[in-house]
Design a protein around this ligand. Structure first.
Ligand code: Q9C
Ligand code: ZN
Length: 351
């Protein structure tokens, strides 16, 4: 398996997120990825490589899934923030006002506070000095992984953070800024795959990916996740969201109650993979969150470390070329073992 690692991930290392009415230390930390690297040093399932350098191709791919005014804002947000007041350099950026139903999203406000609200959906995803550089290098990893698979590789992994699956066409949230899984899917489409599927196994609904492809029939989006009636991101991820227009039938949500066991979870995985097969997908993107782990501090499923080996094996038996992108997982010390278990299980079953 080719592994494209984001060597710049530490540049995104924010301090505090809003959680239950308080600012608490960020759950999404650099240590998460460092644990994966440490586990890969013990169990090398593939050589680590850097992505193809940041280039015009990356800009083009990003522009296919994100709005130009969103990308422009995110690229310049930190400099704008510091220009407002030099003292801001010591504080991460968090939004505090959002345009809900009935408000205008078409008029781009001048106010920075208004624009960061326009382009986000929660107060849990701080933007700091290195956010853009880290997220962009992560996008380069996702693109490189997709290019490798388009070129004939059976599987490639984008080992990156911050994660991506909550980021939509023009919004960040859920610790995500650029949608790596969507970028991989788009890249696979642009390089020969007629139909692609994204299978999102993170604990949280992949709202960003769903929204990006909701009106399209060339990219099937499937997500297994905690039921949004009780679980983040709350406002999307219900079973009756099936796609719209040309995309009707090309979105499948499999919400599961908090407390779901591995047995039930793997049964839902079968339903998800059946949809991937029915779509006649030529390539698969797996948004790989391991926050389904029983020890995850912010999630509610009960998968154990061994279950991730089984997940990897099952993904390999789907028989498709696969790009995996690293998403959530906040039992920080266990993230390495759980992620590498998926990769090892995949390689063992892929033969
Ligand atoms: N009460 C990813 O796993 N905060 N994002 C949760 C729960 C946001 C998770 C608060 C969780 C985002 C990529
Ligand atoms: Zn998650």
């Amino acid at each position: 398996m080719k592994i494209f690692r984001n060597a710049l991930h530490r540049r995104h290392d924010a301090r505090l997120e809003m959680y239950r009415g308080r600012l608490v230390p960020c759950h999404e930390t650099p240590a998460r990825l460092d644990h994966v690297l440490a586990e890969l040093a013990r169990r090398p399932v593939g050589a680590l490589r850097d992505p193809v350098p940041d280039d015009a191709g990356l800009d083009e791919a990003l522009a296919a899934i994100h709005a130009p005014r969103y990308l422009d804002f995110l690229a310049g947000a930190w400099d704008e923030w510091v220009a407002l007041d030099p003292a801001n350099a010591g504080t991460d950026i968090l939004p505090a006002v959002w345009p809900v139903r009935g408000f205008r999203a078409d008029v781009l406000p001048e106010s920075f506070a208004a624009r960061i609200g326009l382009f986000s959906f929660d107060a849990g995803s701080p933007v700091m000095a290195g956010t853009w550089v880290a997220a962009r290098e992560g996008a380069a990893c996702a693109r490189s992984a997709a290019l490798a698979v388009s070129g004939g590789e059976r599987a490639a992994f984008a080992l990156t953070r911050p994660p991506g699956h909550h980021a939509g066409p023009d919004f960040f949230g859920g610790y995500c800024f650029l949608n790596n899984a969507a970028l991989a899917a788009q890249t696979l489409r642009d390089h020969g795959a007629a139909r692609v599927a994204v299978l999102d196994v993170d604990y949280h609904h992949g709202n960003g990916t769903q929204t990006i492809f909701y009106g399209r029939d060339d990219v099937l989006t499937v997500s297994l996740h905690g039921d949004p009636r009780t679980e983040y991101p709350f406002f999307l991820g219900h079973a009756d969201e099936r796609g719209e227009g040309a995309g009707l039938g090309a979105n499948l949500n499999l919400p599961l109650p908090r407390g779901t066991s591995a047995t039930t979870w793997f049964a839902a995985l079968e339903a998800g993979l059946a949809a991937v097969a029915a779509h006649r997908a030529e390539a698969l993107v797996v948004a790989l969150g391991v926050d389904t782990f029983e020890g995850d501090p912010i999630s509610g499923f009960h998968l154990r470390a061994d279950d991730y080996l089984r997940l990897g094996e099952r993904l390999a038996r789907a028989g498709l070329p696969v790009v995996l992108t690293m998403e959530g997982g906040y039992a920080v010390a266990e993230v390495g073992v759980n992620v590498v278990n998926v990769l090892e299980g995949f390689m063992a079953a892929a033969g």
